[in-house]
Design a binder for this molecule. Structure first.
Ligand SMILES: C[S@@+](CC[C@H](N)C(=O)[O-])C[C@H]1O[C@@H](n2cnc3c(N)ncnc32)[C@H](O)[C@@H]1O
Length: 441
């Protein structure tokens, strides 16, 4: 295959897979790279990520130069245009070479009838670039590559913050590590990073967190293979504060895969009486086991539906339940930019119903005096405050645990009067997370 085509075509196929089939980008990339030259894999990955990251900015750009809406284009042509737009933004190759390669790739994809169209669109953009870019720069949704419906939703929920949220979700994510406090401290681990020629910084408010800066391959991290350090976002690490873990407690992690929070719980409180990690997705249980094995940690790993405990619960109540609920994951878009292409307004309507069902099903498993922590990595009030406040209003034996009383809580985020705390993406370098703690009388 010609050099201009060998990486661009698989990259565009992966982007089209995300946009049309809703598969996640890493899965689409595995498919697309399977038939490609292994030497092209890093370029395919970087082109596909760049194209997906900018997809909705490119939609605005294409809207200015196409005679039909970008969403009506053949999906592969549309994806190829985003690959080319990303390359034009990235400016690593001359503009003319990028346009020529895009046209060559369209032909190689047997979409020759679109070659003239792609050529005309990209050349028109280059001619009118200054004016089009200026228009995009004035429009926060387009500038930060956010679909209109999502920008409108965030604006409705966070009228004073929506623009900074869009900007934070459009930024590069930092690499956060969690150190196993049984074996080291964050300060000592930072020294070992420096000794390995790597950079980093501490976040004093979360004493077991270290940022590896710049991000690096995990294979270069000292102690990674033995679980001395694990990759976990700062916002995710904050789950331990509302959980208030103590020796002898029986803990259920009800939506556990891939097990990042299970491992954190086991590390932070090695003297639990019981730790159960449950997930409905059998294929993801091995990931939990892997995470536990690497850190020399133990938990009982079960496959089951948290909304139907009769299928897996042995009747012994739990003192702590973590419901890290399936959610729209808008708070982690900077790590997984494909979320912008895969989620729809319909998902946002359905998710609170699922989240409420999970809460209702798990509450009876909590012992009196116990605590349930509801967590999501999203920013939509209906999935967060809405779900927890409605649930609290529907039960007679539950109370909100004031975030001010969570031991060690790093004072991140904004509290809501009825339930929990919203951490915004970018705050202290964290992803967007929501936590609420409910206690049982
Ligand atoms: C946000 S992820 C959990 C991330 C995990 N807690 C961690 O920190 O690594 C949500 C998980 O919920 C699981 N899930 C979805 N519906 C479920 C259900 N009804 N019962 C149990 N697990 C469920 C999904 O398979 C997915 O692994």
């Amino acid at each position: 295959m010609r050099t201009g085509v060998s990486a661009r075509l698989p990259a565009a196929r992966a982007v089209a897979g995300v946009a049309t089939r809703g598969v996640n980008l890493d899965a689409a990339l595995s498919e697309a790279c399977a038939a490609a030259d292994p030497g092209d894999a890093p370029t395919i990955r970087s082109l596909a990520y760049g194209a997906v990251r900018g997809y909705f900015r490119h939609e605005a750009l294409l809207g200015a130069v196409c005679d039909r809406p970008a969403r009506r284009l053949d999906p592969l042509v549309r994806a190829l245009l985003s690959v080319a737009c990303y390359e034009l933004e990235d400016r690593r190759s001359p503009d003319y070479a990028i346009v020529d390669a895009a046209v060559e790739t369209v032909r190689a994809a047997a979409l020759g009838r679109s070659a003239g169209f792609v050529n005309a669109v990209l050349r028109r953009y280059l001619r009118e670039r200054a004016a089009i870019d200026a228009r995009i720069a004035r429009d926060p949704a387009a500038r930060h590559a956010t679909p209109r419906w999502l920008a409108a939703r965030l604006r409705a929920d966070w009228p004073d913050r929506w623009e900074s949220i869009l900007a934070a979700l459009d930024a590069q994510a930092p690499m956060w590590l969690r150190v196993d406090a049984r074996r080291t401290t964050a300060a000592r681990y930072l020294e070992s990073l420096h000794a390995s020629g790597l950079g980093g910084r501490l976040e004093p408010r979360v004493p077991f967190a270290v940022e590896a800066d710049p991000p690096c391959d995990v294979a270069r991290l000292p102690g990674f293979a033995d679980g001395v350090a694990s990759v976990q976002d700062l916002g995710a690490q904050c789950v331990v504060f509302p959980l208030d873990l103590r020796p002898g407690l029986r803990v259920l992690d009800a939506c556990a895969a891939p097990g990042g929070k299970t491992a954190l719980i086991a590390e932070r409180q090695p003297a639990l009486a019981r730790l159960v990690a449950l997930d409905v997705n059998a294929g993801r249980l091995e990931r939990i086991q892997e995470n536990l094995r690497r850190g020399g940690l133990t938990a009982q790993v079960l496959c089951g539906d948290a909304s139907e405990p009769s299928g897996w619960w042995d009747g012994e109540p739990f003192d702590r339940i973590l419901l890290d609920a399936p959610c729209s994951a808008l708070g982690v878009i900077r790590r997984h930019p494909d979320i912008r292409l895969r989620k729809s307004p319909v998902d946002l309507e359905k998710l609170p119903l699922l989240q409420a069902r999970l809460l209702r099903a798990l509450w009876p498993l909590l012992a009196p005096g116990g605590r349930l922590v509801y967590a999501t990595c999203t920013l939509v009030k209906a999935e967060n405050h809405g779900v927890t406040a409605d649930f609290l209003g529907s039960i007679a034996d539950g109370d909100r645990v004031d975030p001010a009383s969570w031991p060690g809580w790093p004072a991140l985020g904004v509290g809501d009067a009825r339930a929990g705390v919203q951490i915004f993406p970018g705050e202290a370098g964290a992803d967007g997370f929501y936590y609420a703690a409910l206690s049982k009388r």
